[in-house]
Design a protein around this ligand. Sequence first.
Ligand code: MG
Length: 305
Amino acid sequence: MALVGDSYEYYDKRFYDLTVPIAEVEELFDGCRWAEGPVWFNEHATLVWSDIPNRRLLRWIEGQGVSVFRHESNYANGNTRDRQGRLVSCEHGGRRVTRTEPDGTLTVIADSYKGKRLNSPNDVVVKSDGTIWFTDPNYGIMSDYEGYKADMEQAGCFVFRADPATGALDIVADDFVKPNGLAFSPDETILYVADSARSHDPDGPHHIRALDVGADGRLSGSRVFCEVDPGVPDGFRLDTDGNLWTSCGNGVICFAPDGTPLGRIRIPQTVANVTFGGPKRNRMFITATKSLYAVYLATTGAQTP
Ligand code: MG
């Protein structure tokens, strides 16, 4: 377990209240090709994440280390858990969102919209009402590296809401170039959605937008919450006070609820996703290119997965 020194950049005094300055970033695993999609299962003291090009889901168990959770993962990317504790995954290869049942079988949540295949679902969150919200950029079909190269069948890269209770699948946002990470505010009145299009276009968006969530599930009032630089916002999570923690090049940057950048955690490689875990939800797990990192914070993750 390697410690990484000199971990923090402080832009605002509030960042001192959110971090533990003596707690350094630790590297827990370094054998991935491109790591994403961390999700914490407290009942199993387990962190599951995706190693996309190697077509596997890995698991880190506290006190035991890392093993393969699933191979073949079908180029799984983003993962989360639903309110029943079941794993929900985005598959580039299957161009679908699946749920893993307690007996290990997979249930397809969504794989097409209006008769046409999805692009390559990227990241996913579950609302407290059980609806499953996911983004569908085309990263997973642009080459054979993270999926199977193919043409888009959808007219764009949309944000979808699936309702497993009814089978309904609806587009909730259609004006993103490459929608990527997403997460609700702690009270679920705001949905944050990243646009990471700068990854393949130097002039493309590299921001996170905030959208108001109506009682009927419709989104409104789309506005830019923050711009991320360097790098792009890929995946992110919120803490219990509504601060947003997202990838930012070789680091994790934290924004206050009003969009003010508070500080940054330096990570040795390009960060993709983060999640809160540990029995106290005060440990941030960070997937960054080849490695899984972790760091203890002075805040805790919001209960929304
Ligand atoms: Mg992503």
